[in-house]
Design a binder for this molecule. Structure first.
Ligand code: NA7
Length: 537
């Protein structure tokens, strides 16, 4: 409704115009549902709308970072193996032209609150523009990194230069050329912005707490002939996604690292490294995330390979320490191109926050224990309240007197990582305890998305208007995730996978560690049993 008018009734309200939301919009609309999509940003693209900092690009290679539909991939060519944010936006605009999606999208419309009305059996959803809409079902497609995290650092507001979080970068851009740039954070975003700042800035200061165990991107240009060669394999590669641990067209090696000779292991690590991308992470020995001794062999290979690129031994020790800061791959590695060479430049300084912590931000820079670092631009590459934050930031109020944020404040409960007891008719894609953190966006958008669409279709076919996860089912799911977590090395890193990057957030694995095939099997079993673990009415 317009402010003050009668609320509009919809079958489904989708929130978020990234890969997941657009998939839902296209499929549900085709099936004849009355549907609308609300997007807080001014344009399509989800994460790629917000993350337009220098160097922002995807860590999944081009062939899989798109929808698997032939009518879409047939005419699309990315110019690079790992496309940057601007080209990813072009892709979204291309999809929009093909599928005519924007006509059902309301941009610049942030959902600010939503409450389930048991009387109406509908969600009552409010948005920032004062509108109210009443969808039967609410499908949240807000992504796993929708809520930027800014640590409390004294004095930030006093800073006289420009400071920005990477996930809320100014849409008009910000020129780093000739500036004194500081970057706090060395996650995927930090590493990407550091590489660009290293080339553009007059001086660069990197404030590092934990080194990133970055892997070689092996970026390259793609020409038409190569696209044609790859496209011959697309159907087979897309089909492989649902059969591999992380939704790629390759899988973990079905051997344990220590069951082979040291020479074979080394040769394998070298071959994986040569391929680059996430292959040394998600295509390595199967016991990498559960066996510490096995894991250490991968860490040592990583460390020695990286150290060879860093000239100063003191810096090498900080960037690739002798003893691992955490086991390899249980905190998300990122892909780099010339990251380590940046530190060989004379205009770049690394501040190790463990020995030289930040005291405060001043008008002219950042002051650490050792003194002042004068800056014109401060980049906060400090990450996100991942997986849960985008959902809990919205006051989603269910039938048991609390919001989703209050409920999850005691730990996540999410049947199949997609629905919670007390929150009928609410489904979320890329949610906690689902495979989204390991699996790339389009893959999860399609594989989880397919399940959601089929579920809504099933309900309509059976004249059902209400679906709600049971308390028992979400406890079972939590137990299932916890059981797998206990035998893994994931709790050994202070990572966003574990909720450990946000003060006060419960420590628990927020990613599904069982791999995509197991996850998909469980979602199929649920559907085939008439949606077990849900109450339908
Ligand atoms: P990440 O991976 O969460 O990285 C955030 C970085 O910020 C990380 O290096 C943190 O250090 C650092 N950080 C956070 N708080 C502080 C404080 N208070 N002081 C110093 N340093 C801090 O976020 P990204 O945006 O890089 O990537 C997010 C995901 O998006 C990425 O994994 C992809 O899936 C896409 P820490 O490691 O915690 O010591």
């Amino acid at each position: 409704s317009r402010p003050g008018g009668t609320p509009e009734e919809l079958d489904v309200l989708i929130v978020g115009a990234g890969f997941a939301g657009l998939y839902q919009l296209d499929h549900l609309r085709r099936l004849g549902f009355r549907v609308a999509l609300y997007e807080a940003g001014a344009d399509l693209g989800g994460i790629w709308h917000w993350n337009c900092y220098p160097g922002a690009r995807v860590d999944t290679y081009a062939q899989l970072y798109q929808y698997s539909r032939e009518d879409l991939w047939r005419d699309w060519e990315y110019s690079e193996l790992y496309p940057g944010w601007s080209e990813l936006r072009d892709y979204f605009h291309y999809v929009d032209r093909k599928l005519d999606l924007s006509r059902d999208i309301r941009f610049g419309t942030r959902v600010t609150a939503a409450e389930f009305s048991s009387d109406l059996n509908r969600w009552i959803v409010q948005s920032g523009d004062g509108r109210v809409v009443r969808p039967r079902f609410l499908v949240m497609c807000t992504g796993f990194a929708a809520k930027p995290y800014l640590p409390e650092i004294a004095g930030l507001e006093e800073f006289g230069g420009a400071w920005h979080h990477t996930g809320l970068w100014p849409q008009g851009g910000l020129d780093l050329t000739g500036k004194r740039v500081g970057v706090i954070g060395t996650g995927a975003s930090g590493v990407q912005v550091i590489q660009e700042a290293g080339r553009q800035a007059a001086h660069l200061t990197v404030f590092q707490r934990t080194p990133n165990l970055a892997l070689p991107m092996r970026q390259r240009k793609l020409d038409h002939a190569e696209h044609e060669r790859m496209k011959a394999h697309y159907p087979e590669w897309f089909a492989l996604r649902s059969r591999t641990f992380a939704g790629f067209d390759y899988d973990m090696i079905p051997k344990n690292a220590l069951e082979v000779s040291a020479a074979e292991r080394r040769a394998t690590y070298e071959a994986l490294w040569e391929q680059g991308g996430f292959v040394p992470w998600l295509g390595t020995y199967q016991d990498m995330f559960s066996n510490e001794a096995a894991n250490l062999t991968a860490y040592e290979f990583w460390r020695d390979t990286v150290r060879a690129r860093i000239k100063d031994p003191t810096l090498a020790e900080k960037l690739a320490p002798t003893t691992p800061p955490h086991p390899f791959g249980v905190k998300r590695p990122c892909l780099e191109q010339w990251y380590y060479e940046v530190y060989n430049q004379s205009n770049v300084r690394l501040v190790d926050l463990n020995e030289d912590p930040i005291e405060r931000v001043t008008r002219t820079g950042v002051r650490t224990r050792s003194g002042e670092h004068p800056l014109d631009i401060l980049v906060m590459a400090t990450g996100f309240d991942s997986l849960t934050g985008g959902l809990t930031a919205i006051g989603l109020r269910g039938t048991e007197g609390e919001t989703l944020g209050q409920k999850w404040g005691r730990g996540v409960r999410a049947h199949l990582g997609m629905a919670s007891a007390g929150f009928p008719n609410l489904l979320y894609i890329y949610g906690p305890q689902s495979p989204s953190a390991f699996c790339n966006g389009p893959t999860c958008a399609e594989l989880q998305g397919e399940w959601v669409v089929a579920c809504l279709e099933y309900l309509r076919r059976h004249d059902l208007t209400r679906i709600e996860a049971t308390h028992a089912a979400e406890e079972d799911w939590r137990g299932h995730v916890q059981e797998m977590t206990e035998t893994s090395l994931f709790p050994r890193a202070r990572s966003w996978y574990m909720g450990a990057n946000i003060p006060g957030k419960p420590r628990e694995l927020l990613a599904y560690p069982g791999g995509l095939p197991m996850y998909l099997q469980k979602t199929r079993d649920c559907a085939e049993a008439g949606y077990s673990g849900f109450t339908l009415a």
